[in-house]
Design a protein around this ligand. Structure first.
Ligand SMILES: [Zn+2]
Ligand SMILES: [Zn+2]
Length: 238
């Protein structure tokens, strides 16, 4: 029912005439985003954590160049990653549209920012897989949608190297101390990755446990450098 309703709305107001973040009708001079949402898509500024790229505020964080979360992680658990936007305003709305509203084009406005954060000298983009059941319900994987848009813009190939071995709960709905166990050993490598430098692409990085869990498996199978690139960085819930 909902799908039929959405299809009728799509015919009356085609997607390319509506702001991808807020859904308002676009004026002729606007493209993909209305002016208000475009103004709200601001890259993270100032000093950033040299591991996860989070903006640093506290004096002790600034002194070390590490955020509170990364400071307490042992070296082997620090997976370096870039992300252009905080998980707020327009960026969060685009991620929501991409994930829950079937608006795959919502990946596009995030791509120029992600391209700026793309590390040099890497071989391929690796999407974070969904569990097969969730992918069936959603119909696509938002991480793959970001990989495809980023692949087109950067020329980097996509290596669909991971499979989710069990269903996990959504990380953003869990408390910080539940997240590691939720995704631990939840992935397996299904493509050769030996000797490769890989970028794990996802929509949001919060505690980084999902990325760490993926990176652990890729390193175990011989990848030589694994980083992450996400559209946004969410505040770590406590
Ligand atoms: Zn808008
Ligand atoms: Zn950090």
């Amino acid at each position: 029912m909902n799908t039929i309703f959405n299809k009728i709305i799509d015919i009356i107001y085609p997607l390319d005439c509506r702001c991808l973040a807020c859904g308002h009708t676009l004026y002729h001079n606007e493209h993909m985003l209305c002016d208000k949402c475009a103004a709200g898509l601001k890259p993270i500024e100032g000093r950033r954590c040299r591991v996860c790229s989070r903006r640093l505020y506290m004096e002790e964080e600034l002194a070390e160049g590490l955020c509170g979360g990364c400071r307490h992680l042992p070296l082997e658990r620090r997976i370096f990653g870039g992300a252009p936007f905080d998980h707020g305003e327009t960026a969060a709305r685009l991620v929501y549209a991409l994930k829950y509203e079937h608006i795959i084009a919502a990946a596009e406005p995030l791509i120029p920012g992600m391209l700026n954060e793309l590390p040099k000298g890497f071989d391929a983009l690796v999407p974070v897989p969904l569990h097969v059941r969730r992918q069936r319900v959603r119909g696509y994987n938002q991480s793959m949608a970001l990989c495809e848009a980023l692949g087109r813009a950067s020329g980097l190939p996509i290596l669909n190297a991971l499979r989710r071995t069990r269903a996990t709960r959504q990380q953003m709905k869990l408390a910080a101390d539940e997240r590691e166990a939720n995704v631990s050993r939840a992935f397996e490598v299904i493509k050769p990755v030996g000797g490769k430098r890989l970028i794990i692409v996802d929509d949001v990085r919060t505690t980084g446990w999902t990325i760490l869990s993926c990176a652990d498996e890729l390193y175990l199978k011989g990848a030589i450098n694994v980083r992450s690139l996400t559209a946004t960085l969410a505040v770590i819930g406590r």
